[in-house]
Design a protein around this ligand. Structure first.
Ligand SMILES: Nc1nc2c(c(=O)[nH]1)N=C([C@H](O)[C@H](O)COP(=O)(O)OP(=O)(O)OP(=O)(O)O)CN2
Length: 163
């Protein structure tokens, strides 16, 4: 029998509510709207004896904490090729296709992603979960896949292997 296992974490509290708009091109975007996003994480790891792999409780807490970081914000991408972000005191201005869109700085979360999409949110979670390679090695974790849902039946997943 293989000595690897996939732990799936898809707890009810792995969720965040946020506003966003997807940018499709230099001239097409959605209006600002929101979702109750959900997050699921699959972690491939090696069995450590004693009939178990690493204690997945560590990652339950970590995923919920990351969800809290994104909760109740308007999320703007700072790496978009079509959106220019300017911070000006109490405001953030997002310039798109000749229009300067104002936001309150206190309502905005600027994320280092290319677009406020499911696939980029999934990549953000994956980067945060995979940032400490020593911990991944300690827990004998070989791969992580993060799937972000904007609603039932609609999600994007990103996967990384850690050799
Ligand atoms: N590749 C991607 N394409 C699209 C994304 C995305 O993240 N990646 N996102 C959107 C929209 O933001 C999103 O689909 C808007 O939600 P919408 O589906 O319109 O509304 P609901 O979630 O309520 O779903 P319904 O089908 O309307 O019930 C588009 N493309």
């Amino acid at each position: 029998m293989s000595d690897t296992v996939t732990i799936r974490l898809a707890k009810e509290n792995m969720k965040f509510s946020a506003a966003h708009f997807t940018i499709f091109s230099a001239s097409e975007r959605e209006r600002l709207h929101g979702h109750n996003f959900r997050v699921e994480v699959d972690i491939d790891a090696r069995m450590l004896g004693n009939g178990m792999c690493f204690d997945y409780g560590i990652y339950k807490d970590r995923v919920v904490a990351l969800c809290r970081e994104l909760n109740e914000w308007t999320i703007l991408p700072t790496r978009s090729m079509h959106l220019r972000i300017e911070e000006d005191g109490a405001h953030v201005f997002a310039s798109f296709d000749g229009t300067r869109i104002p936001f309150l700085r206190s309502d905005v979360l600027l994320l280092p992603i290319e677009n406020a999409t499911l696939e980029e949110f999934a990549a953000w979670f994956l980067a945060r979960l995979g940032e400490d390679r020593a911990v991944l090695h300690e827990h004998r974790i070989d791969a992580i896949e993060v799937r972000v849902f904007s609603g039932p039946g609609q999600s994007a997943g990103r996967r990384a292997r850690f050799d």
